[in-house]
Design a protein. Structure first.
Length: 145
């Protein structure tokens, strides 16, 4: 009598993919733990260094002078920016910066869609130079809603 197991067996490819996902998840979690530990250690070390600097009379004096110089610089900058022509320049700079941020966000979406539809991660610009589409991923804490 020939008995066959009719239950579906995961394919080798599915098992390999699952193993890879589990390995990646483990590496990501390990990286997160290490980065958190390093951030904590970095904070402590920076506090120790700041304390050492503030306990040094020469540094403290120089820091106070730098603070005063920064105040003077700020006052001088305000005087220059109060000139109408300079105020217009500052406004144009802000407008162009905002526009570039918006264009960059839209460009990112266009590139993602282009790569998906075309099946390639390269595009040739009007200047003839070939550019590669790259993606940047990072982890952020999920907001509690």
């Amino acid at each position: 009598m020939d008995t066959q197991d009719s239950s579906p067996q995961p394919s080798t490819n599915d098992t390999t993919s699952a193993d890879t996902v589990l390995e990646l998840e483990s590496m990501i979690k390990q990286g997160m733990t290490t980065m958190d530990r390093n951030k904590s250690e970095l904070k402590k070390l920076k506090e120790m260094l700041e304390s050492a600097l503030l306990n040094d009379e020469t540094y403290r004096t120089a820091a106070e002078k730098a603070k005063e110089a920064a105040k003077e610089k700020g006052k001088a900058k305000l005087n220059v920016l109060n000139v109408p022509a300079n105020k217009q320049l500052e406004e144009k700079i802000k407008d162009l910066s905002t526009e570039n941020k918006e264009l960059s966000g839209a460009q990112s979406e266009y590139l993602r869609e282009y790569a998906r539809l075309s099946g390639t991660n390269e595009i040739e610009g009007d200047d003839g130079e070939v550019r590669e589409i790259v993606y940047v991923a990072k982890l952020v804490k999920k907001s509690k809603r």
